[in-house]
Design a protein around this ligand. Structure first.
Ligand code: BJW
Length: 263
């Protein structure tokens, strides 16, 4: 059973009209997708981020980076949204405006029914030409052989752009790259106009995404964090709910809606 939420905080959440939810890898952890910075299971506990999530890393070893993203794409396709994703979608029945701003590239918020999703770091389902930076369709064959992260004999060749013959890359944002302008502009505007900011399943250390809760707070929004562990943001949040989002979010949404779901 969770600690009850203080009545004045619950009232403030209920009075909100514009909600922004900033999400990170943790919201998809209960769908079976790994986070980045978990010391045991996170990708960065096994891999060097600069080797897998940078232009330099891709240039140095394109097959390795391609294989990693293709394997993650397959996992995301097989995964299902969890109760945390569904609870965020349910907020749409309570508030006039709910925008999910996600750092995730797995597409699970949209699959759970969130209608307004801003993807800051791209999407695993899309590809573009590394040289020309234009979108390119690519379909992974249904009978494709399995990919094993650390077994180069299972890594497929990087497909080529039909226009110029350059390499395809995933349409995601690597370290040192700018975020898509339209997504970032929308995220900033939404944060500044919000009166409730939920921060779910993110370590809140990667910029510029990490500034969004601060922007929301400075313009008067109440910041609520949902995370099993404390983060950089915790001391600035009005409320920190300690636990997995697949449990805490359905409980929080029930409290806001006035129901009595227990967790
Ligand atoms: C649960 C849970 C459960 C677990 N329920 N919760 C020094 C200072 C400031 C900035 C920089 C700096 N040095 C370098 C920079 C810039 C850099 C940056 O911020 N680096 C930091 C690491 C310091 N940023 C960039 O490079 C960005 N671009 C940029 O700055 O461009 C400048 C520019 C401008 C103009 C022109 C050109 C350039 C781009 C950042 C891109 C990040 N890319 C990645 C990969 C994306 C694609 C992919 O998915 O592969 O994005 S890295 C990785 O980190 C991924 C994530 O989206 C991002 C954030 O991670 P996230 O989601 O927070 O995951 P974790 O693992 O960190 O945390 C999970 C959390 O969940 C934990 O808190 C758990 O406790 C929790 N959790 N189970 C709820 N069940």
């Amino acid at each position: 059973m969770n600690e009850p939420i203080a009545p004045h905080l619950l009232e403030r959440m209920r009075a909100a009209r514009r909600v922004i939810a900033l999400t990170g890898a943790g919201v998809s952890a209960e769908s079976g997708l790994a986070t980045f910075r978990d010391p045991l299971t996170g990708y960065w506990s096994r891999f060097n981020p600069q080797e897998l999530a940078s232009r330099e890393g891709f240039t140095r070893d394109p097959r390795r980076v391609w294989a990693w993203y293709l394997a993650r794409r397959r996992k995301a396709r097989e995964a299902n949204p969890n109760p945390g994703h569904y609870a965020l979608a349910r907020l749409q029945d309570i508030y006039p405006e709910v925008v999910v701003v996600t750092q995730n590239i797995d597409g699970l918020h949209a699959r759970a029914g969130s209608r307004d999703v801003v993807e800051l770091h791209g999407n695993l389902a899309r590809f573009r030409c590394f040289d020309e930076d234009i979108p390119v369709d690519y379909t992974d064959p249904a009978d494709a052989a399995p990919i094993v992260d650390d077994d180069p004999t299972t890594w497929p060749d990087v497909p080529r752009c039909p226009q110029c013959g350059g390499m395809l890359r995933p349409d995601v944002v690597w370290f040192g790259e700018a975020l898509p302008v339209a997504a970032w502009t929308r995220a900033e505007e939404t944060a500044l106009a919000s009166d409730l900011c939920l921060v779910v399943g993110t370590s809140a250390i990667v910029y510029p995404a990490a500034v969004l809760p601060m922007m929301a707070r400075q313009s008067g929004a109440m910041v609520v964090e949902v995370n099993p562990d404390p983060t950089e943001l915790t001391r600035r949040a009005a409320l920190s709910l300690r636990g997995p989002s697949g449990e805490m979010l359905p409980w929080l949404v029930a409290q806001i809606a006035g129901g009595g779901a227990s967790a």
